[in-house]
Design a binder for this molecule. Structure first.
Ligand SMILES: [Zn+2]
Length: 153
């Protein structure tokens, strides 16, 4: 029994493992967690499979995408995920998840926050796009929800 890399407090088997094995996550936060776990474990097939058909990376040849993920994976060390808030679907079918990732790239702090958008396609929820946010801005403005983001300059 190992702790899930997504830092949910559950075991890997009871959390992200079924999604990495191909089961469809029931909601956007679960998909987002499974993608984080896939980054930690180097599961590039899951990362590619869960991209929405309209995600810009889907235009790349699969080989180029895999090479890029492998190169990134060699330099990255992940230290934790914190899901702050989620909402949706809205009238356009968009689900959103606000989260923070603690990580290093080649030894340097590369922690970030992101507001990700997801939509249903190909029989499940898929990652459509992400807007990076400076995690220091979240702290500075005391942001604890998606509506709070309106306070950012
Ligand atoms: Zn998990």
């Amino acid at each position: 029994m190992t702790a899930c890399p997504c830092t949910s407090g559950r075991t890997f088997e009871a959390c992200c493992a079924p999604y990495l094995a191909g089961a469809e996550p029931p909601d956007a936060p679960s998909l987002m967690r499974s993608r984080y776990t896939a980054f930690v474990r180097g599961d590039h097939a899951h990362l590619i499979r869960t991209l929405h058909p309209e995600h810009e990376d889907r235009r790349l040849p699969a080989r180029a995408l895999k090479d890029r993920l492998a190169k990134h994976g060699k330099r990255a060390r992940y230290h934790g995920l914190s899901v702050i808030d989620h909402d949706g679907p809205d009238a356009q079918g968009i689900h959103r998840v606000l989260f923070r990732v603690s990580m290093k790239l080649a030894g340097a702090d590369a922690s970030f926050a992101e507001l990700s958008s997801f939509a249903v396609a190909e029989g499940g929820i898929r990652y459509l796009t992400g807007q990076m946010i400076d995690p220091r801005a979240l702290d500075r403005e005391g942001i604890t929800s998606i509506p709070d983001l309106a306070r950012l300059p």
